[in-house]
Design a protein around this ligand. Structure first.
Ligand code: ADP
Ligand code: MG
Length: 245
């Protein structure tokens, strides 16, 4: 049975100069769904994520959140970025603020929470990602895996409707990848709607409802992980999988 759509992309196109980076993209992410996006470098995965968060504009087509077009600017745009949180490869924490301040800041500025309320919520979320004891420290005192978990807590603090992850573990040392993936697995189990660009095929197999395979700016396959990994249809996907598995 089809789930309620949360994010919908319809015939989305975008160029960078001559490069047709998003070509007639049609994609629906249902409420509570986990969609893993994979594909070769340069296929448009980051641009897709950034377009959903309106960090990139599109030239034609439509992107809707809960049936409404994305806002263009101003307060509504800040609201969108809170409702659709993004976690990047580089964690982008403020170096001169504590972990607690990093998680509380946007709650105060964007959500209008009082500092005490924001800090309470931050501590809850830091606890959820296993880092409550690190709250008074500064980002440089934490490992990369810990910093990425703080970035996830910071995104969750906005009470987002969905989270976009753009290669969240690519910058991490191998021994830190699992602690971040485990937090993401737990979010998936808790019903968070997630779009995850990743090369972690174990995560895709165990957490994804669907795998979207992109190549050259197109969605080439959009299927269950089971179907995709056991029986990829396109030569592009077969070729890609033969290189990474
Ligand atoms: P992926 O995340 O799949 O590696 P990207 O979405 O980052 O792919 O990039 C897709 C293509 O668009 C690449 O060829 C990249 O060089 C190009 N590109 C990305 N951002 C820009 C930009 N701001 N200006 C020009 N070209 C860009
Ligand atoms: Mg990318």
């Amino acid at each position: 049975m089809a789930v309620d759509p949360l994010i919908e992309l319809q015939d989305v196109n975008k160029h960078f100069g001559e490069l047709h980076v998003l070509q007639d993209i049609n994609l629906t992410v249902g409420k509570g769904e986990v969609v893993v996006v994979i594909g070769p470098s340069g296929s448009g995965k980051s641009t897709l994520c950034r377009a959903i968060n309106r960090l990139e504009t599109i030239e034609s087509g439509a992107i809707r959140l809960e049936g409404r077009p994305l806002p263009d600017e101003g307060k509504a745009l800040a609201g969108l970025r809170a409702e659709v949180g993004m976690v990047f490869q580089s964690f982008n924490l403020f170096a001169h603020k504590t972990i607690l301040q990093n998680v509380s800041l946007a709650q105060i500025k964007v959500r209008g929470r009082k500092k005490e309320e924001a800090d309470r919520r931050s501590l809850e979320l830091l606890d959820r990602v296993g880092l409550a004891s690190q709250a008074p420290k500064y980002p440089a005192q934490l490992s990369g895996g810990q910093q990425q978990r703080v970035a996830i807590a910071r995104a969750l603090a906005m009470d987002p409707k969905a989270l976009l992850f753009d290669e969240p573990t690519s910058a991490l040392d191998p021994e830190m990848i699992n602690e971040v993936l485990e937090v993401m697995q737990q979010l998936a189990r808790d019903g968070m709607t997630m779009v995850v660009v990743t090369h972690e095929m174990g995560f895709a197999r165990s957490a994804a409802n669907r795998v979207v395979f992109m190549a050259d700016g197109r969605v080439v396959e959009d299927r269950s992980p089971e179907e995709f990994f056991t029986n990829p249809r396109s030569d592009r996907a077969k070729d890609f999988l033969s290189k990474i598995l």
